[in-house]
Design a protein around this ligand. Structure first.
Ligand code: NAD
Ligand code: WQD
Length: 385
């Protein structure tokens, strides 16, 4: 399955066939990075590799240039085989997406989550340290803000810290931030906070690490070609993929969880970011780390748009794009939900020189394009429903 070659170093992308990983791998290739994917396909399919390859080939053919290397090792990143892979590749940086991500499942099966998301990361970091690979980008989440999100204003990175941190507040006063996060509502959320804490501790002990935690807000949308998208084995639980299953006729109705939030239409507000913008954020993080622009050995960044949309606005946007009515049922709030969660994006704009460009309408158009174009309907034994 390997394509390309050459002697330049690789970016190792762990979990690179998943939803966000696959879009990021394509952007990495387009930015001329050689890419080595590690993925155990626990929540993705090998066909994604061929789709990335097709899109990258088309991109480079148009420029009459050779495509960078794209290699896949189908493997659990906790496997002992990782040692021999690290020994045989020249790796200049790692982007780590591999994790389990269902909030609901994490409450039922916390050990499964702590084993993969936290223990897996600790062992992997030890191995990377052994090989002197210290340039690391981590998939974090707005979930680390816990109930701080409900403060009703865009969230600044300082609202969740791992070491005492002195900041200048809005009134120009020096203030010591207290480490910790407020009201993390699930083992999944706690696993992300733990991972960030571990990464911050490592960087604090050894400043030769360059660690970037990217806190994604609500990633939606997909590649405009309709070839890459959100196609998990696990039953989806996030808003847009659930709406997509209704549009595809798999699910009869969308349950709206909560219509009594203090928001313009009573439904919750989120910062929906297009996955291609998010993918570009990873390239910006690698570039900033290479030029030393981020300064700190550990630094967290919000990746969002800075603007909120309600659940009903998302629904309407997809109805308009698809020209279909989406049946809904209003039900009570989902346990652990917050009413408002929007990013302050100043830090990423200034230090990563990155900004989200796509709108909610772009997200809807691409999701609909992917949903109606799904050419490989999954058989039940391929899914973990
Ligand atoms: P995804 O499930 O689509 O992708 C994760 C990929 O990692 C999958 O291809 C899966 O097969 C692989 N994987 C999981 N465990 C592995 C292991 N032990 N070894 C090798 N491969 C493994 O998820 P995603 O939506 O692309 O999310 C990527 C990352 O971003 C995750 O860490 C997730 O927690 C985080 N995140 C996601 C969202 C979101 O809404 N999608 C929001 C915030 C943060
Ligand atoms: C958005 C809004 C729901 C489904 C989760 C994780 C977070 C991060 C992103 C990984 C909420 C409502 C949803 C449905 C609905 N993931 N909704 N009906 O909860 O903001 O964040 O995904 O890190 O950690 O918690 O995203 O898409 O699940 O929900 O009404 O069928 O849509 O109640 O208000 P959320 P979401």
């Amino acid at each position: 399955l390997d394509i390309g070659g050459g002697n330049s170093p690789f970016i190792m992308v762990v979990g690179g066939l998943g939803y966000i990983g696959s879009h990021t791998v394509l952007e990495l290739l387009k930015a001329n990075y050689n890419v080595l994917i590690i993925d155990d396909l626990s929540n993705s399919y090998e066909s994604v590799l061929h789709r990335i390859k097709a899109l990258a080939s088309e991109y480079f053919a148009a420029q009459d240039k050779p495509i960078p290397a794209l290699h896949l090792r189908q493997l659990d990143y906790r496997s002992p085989c990782m040692r021999s892979i690290l020994a045989s590749y020249s790796i200049s940086g790692v982007i780590h997406f591999a994790a389990y991500k269902s909030v609901e499942e994490s409450i039922r099966m916390p050990l499964r989550y702590y084993s993969n998301n936290v223990c897996g990361l600790v062992d992997f970091l030890s191995l990377l340290e052994e090989f002197g690979i210290k340039n690391f980008v981590f998939s974090s989440s707005a979930t680390v803000y816990g109930e701080n999100a409900n403060c009703g204003v865009p969230l600044r990175e300082e609202l969740c810290v791992h070491h005492p941190e002195t900041i200048i507040d809005d009134h120009g006063f020096e203030r010591q931030m207290i480490p910790g996060a407020m009201g993390l509502t699930s083992p999944y959320g706690r696993s992300k906070f733990m991972c960030e804490s571990i990464l911050a501790d490592i960087a604090f002990s050894d400043p030769s690490w360059s660690i970037t935690a990217l806190r994604y807000f609500n990633p939606v949308g997909c590649h405009e070609s309709g070839l890459l998208g959100e196609d998990p084995r696990q039953k989806p639980s996030n808003l847009v993929p659930v709406i997509a299953t209704v549009l595809a006729g798999i699910k009869p109705v969308l349950d709206i969880f909560g219509t009594d939030w203090k928001t313009p239409d009573g439904t919750a507000v989120r910062d929906f970011i297009h996955v291609v913008d998010l993918a570009r954020g990873h390239i910006a993080a690698l570039a900033a780390s290479a030029t030393g622009r981020t300064k700190a050995a550990f630094r967290a960044y919000n990746l969002g748009t800075g603007r909120g949309h309600t659940v009903r606005e998302v629904l309407q946007s997809l109805e308009v794009t698809s020209s279909r009515a989406i049946p809904v049922r209003e039900v009570g709030r989902r346990a652990g939900d917050v009413g408002f969660c929007v990013a302050d994006v100043q830090r990423a704009e200034t230090e990563l020189q990155w900004k989200a460009e796509k709108t909610l309408a772009d997200c809807s158009a691409d999701v609909w394009n992917f949903t109606k174009g799904q050419c490989e309907p999954r058989t039940p034994d391929e899914m973990v429903y």
